[in-house]
Design a protein around this ligand. Structure first.
Ligand SMILES: Cc1cc2nc3c(=O)[nH]c(=O)nc-3n(C[C@H](O)[C@H](O)[C@H](O)COP(=O)(O)OP(=O)(O)OC[C@H]3O[C@@H](n4cnc5c(N)ncnc54)[C@H](O)[C@@H]3O)c2cc1C
Length: 435
């Protein structure tokens, strides 16, 4: 038996001491991996999630996304350090926390990325990530009976659907895009994704299809899969430079759970590099500065973040009816109830049903902007009590490599991932070469 790593307290009883595979984080990646790995009854899988179960109407009614983005219920609710390039503003940075991870709070738009994105990653040194290699996995996971079977899967666990455009202003947006000379696309995941068109959503029968619902629910009851919520992994337990398990926060202490075969980090964009750094894997000089013992000097950890900023552009409209009619508490409650009980009505879809991929310069080879349209004010502008306003918003986000940024110098989480003294400064300083 391997020696106990220094500094661990193993004196209190352990409910679960070991699993073949330990997966940290039950979000998009973790839920899928847990389901796939535990399909083999000969291996044991332990899925550890810092958040809760993320169940109930808030997490199933699609329109509630606007609430979830701003709440701290299942959200790490990060805020960046002041961004010099953005007028020194701090940017709110929601990240899902609970079964399903960010898929429990996200916008549910099902758009895979352009094949060239994947090919670019493969060329940059990620073998197996080229489009030809990954496309079968997309098709296998998807269940989209209405999609063209050359580009969409049927019978997979992840339900993908499209709504008949629920509002006349969606048609107006598409007509305006055509009038401006942009092509029309019928399928952002099809062979010609450029231009304006309708989105597909990970919505099943009017309810959010998070990865927890799509992948974990069907695996529930497998004796070889254990899912533990409210389980915060504080770091990877290392021995002689090798991962032997993870340390869990347990009533103010840390407890070790061993991995017979692998520790798989699925904590997301922010938390996975954080966990690595807290485990001594990252830029050595930076780790030392924050008192973390260096296990492996890996300068790339915590750098080269690419994110897409969203810019909201609002227009007044003379249309008699926008989704802002739901800004009356009685109407909102009725719509939410209808969506929850029957999966129908205005709250059963995400109100950004159309968008487009556009080129910012005509001489570009590929689109570099994504725009999405909503016939109403976005949740970022909602203030209670709801006011009877009539507006439409047009959100535009930078999409591709041009959006490459330094690590956004996070993080001021309202709920820090772990109250280790090293956590916050470590992440803050992990920002970028300029830090
Ligand atoms: C507001 C928002 C809107 C979005 N809209 C869309 C959209 O419309 N379409 C789309 O395709 N994508 C969208 N995304 C992106 C998409 O949801 C993410 O790309 C995807 O969920 C990332 O998957 P992941 O597994 O890497 O991380 P996540 O899904 O974020 O999962 C990480 C999980 O790990 C857990 N975790 C982290 N640290 C620890 C720890 N130390 N111990 C235990 N557990 C831990 C977290 O609590 C979380 O549950 C959106 C994301 C956000 C935040």
């Amino acid at each position: 038996m391997a020696a106990t790593p220094a500094g661990l307290d193993l004196s209190f009883p352990l409910r679960l001491r070991e699993a073949d595979f330990i997966i940290v984080g039950a979000g998009a990646a973790g839920a899928v991996l847990a389901a796939r790995l535990s399909a083999d009854p000969h291996v044991s899988v332990l899925l550890l999630e810092a958040g809760g179960k993320a169940r109930g109407p808030l997490f199933s009614v699609p329109l509630m996304t606007g609430v979830l983005l701003r709440s701290t219920i299942a959200n790490w609710s990060y805020v960046t350090e002041p961004e010099a390039e953005l007028g020194a503003r701090r940017i709110r940075w929601p990240r899902g926390k609970g079964l399903g991870g960010s898929t429990a709070i996200n916008g549910m738009v099902y758009r895979r990325g352009l094949p060239s994105d994947f090919d670019g990653w493969a060329q940059a040194g990620l073998p197996g990530w080229d489009w030809t290699s990954v496309q079968p996995s997309f098709l296998r996971s998807e269940n989209n009976p209405d999609g063209d079977p050359r580009w969409h899967g049927r019978g997979g666990p992840l339900r993908v659907s499209r709504r008949k455009l629920g509002h006349p202003l969606f048609g107006a947006f598409l007509a305006a895009a055509s009038a401006a000379g942009h092509p029309r696309t019928e399928d952002f995941n099809g062979p010609a994704p450029e231009g304006a068109g309708p989105y597909d959503f990970t919505i099943a029968a009017g309810r959010r299809a998070s990865t927890a619902r799509a992948f974990l629910d069907p695996a529930e009851g497998r004796p070889n899969l254990t899912v533990i919520t409210r389980a915060l992994v504080t770091r990877i337990a290392m021995e002689h430079g090798r991962a032997i398990g993870v340390m869990l926060a347990d009533r103010g202490r840390e407890r070790l759970v061993r991995a017979g075969r692998e520790v798989i980090l699925c904590g997301g964009t922010v938390n996975s590099p954080q966990t690595l750094m807290l485990s001594g894997i990252g830029p050595a000089e930076q780790l030392r500065r924050h008192g973390v013992a260096v296990v492996t000097d890996l300068p790339g950890v915590g750098r080269n973040l690419q994110d897409h900023l969203l810019i909201r552009v609002m227009h007044a409209t003379n249309a008699p009816d926008t989704i802002d009619r739901l800004r009356r508490i009685d109407r909102a409650a009725l719509a939410a109830l209808q969506a929850w009980l029957f999966g129908t009505g205005p709250a059963a879809s995400f109100p950004i049903e159309v968008g487009g991929l556009f080129r910012s310069q005509p001489d570009l080879d590929l689109p570099d902007l994504q725009a999405s349209f909503m016939p109403g004010l976005s949740s970022a502008t909602i203030r209670l009590p709801f006011a009877g306003m009539s507006r439409q918003t047009f959100s535009r986000c930078v999409q591709r490599a041009g959006a490459k940024s330094h690590w956004l110098r996070p993080i001021q989480g309202r709920r820090p991932a772990f109250s280790l003294a090293t956590c916050q400064p470590c992440l803050t300083a992990s920002s970028c070469g300029r830090a």
